[in-house]
Design a protein around this ligand. Sequence first.
Ligand SMILES: [Zn+2]
Length: 143
Amino acid sequence: MLSLTKEHIAEIEAHGERDFPHECGGMLIGHFDQEKGKTVVELLPMENSSEESTKHNRVLILPRDVMRAERYAREKKLDVVGYYHSHPNDRAYPSQFDLDHALPVWSYIIVSVLQGKAADVRSWEMENDRSKFNEEEITQEEN
Ligand SMILES: [Zn+2]
């Protein structure tokens, strides 16, 4: 289960709409909790590092982005708990590319952006054997 505020969801939707028709992405900074799952405390938007020509269908998370995010989180005594990205004119379901590049334990939020408008937000967690993603419940907290 993943907890985040309405404000976080609005921020993810706005980032997806702003970068449309390109994909956007960013890190989810927060903490892991035995009982409550993951809680997002803040978002860390990332530059899309893919080549211009492939921007519309993939976002690469570079190791240096992960390192930067982990350093940032550590300074605030937090963890990187996941990654969000947009699917321009596509559903909020993970692609094979997403599965091939996923890390275990992290939450993957996908925002579907149709014709420039955010339409759907879902969160996914990879199965331990890397075979597939399972949809994860999103709990919206008041700000
Ligand atoms: Zn994707």
